[in-house]
Design a protein around this ligand. Sequence first.
Ligand SMILES: [Zn+2]
Length: 207
Amino acid sequence: MRKIDDGLTPQQRFALRHPERLKEISRAWRERHHDKVLAREREYHALHREERRAYSRGYHALHREENRKTALAYYYAHREERATYSRLYRQAHLEECRARARAYLATHPEKRREHKAEYYARKRGAMICDFTAEQWERLKEIYQNRCAYCGKVCDDLEQDHVLPLSRGGDHTLYNIVPACRSCNGEKHDKTLPEYLEYIWQKRGYIK
Ligand SMILES: [Zn+2]
């Protein structure tokens, strides 16, 4: 038989002739040696960490808009899946999850209040519940710790939902103002126009 001298090893020649078969073999090998594959990837990543970081920073800067859209689309497309996964995870690790949440909330009272407010907002039918403890602190600062309705300085301001939750309002930054207990109670489930009409009449400003 004539010896072929193409400068290739027998493996390379095989690869050229049977690309599909080669893919299969390598897939099977990777499946059989999953641990080895992972270890090799880890090693590679550790060796090229800085390089990879610089590359992805550059790539990300170039494709910012595109990436954002892809990420958002992915986020929404996998909503159900993610919810199912976390439900199952929680079921399987119930005690652990509870203990972790308890420990976290014990050291973060503002988060505890945030959770509580969110819980009640959901119960009362709010669709969007993304108001955070940080936003609440910032909001009070902007209002200089005054009630949005009567202007009184108050150290136990309450979160008033401008459009009440019971009327379709959301528990979100754009629907919340700080209010003193008395104004919040008085406004109750009135919309802002209804409340304004109420106080003008009650205080006799307008007949
Ligand atoms: Zn007030």
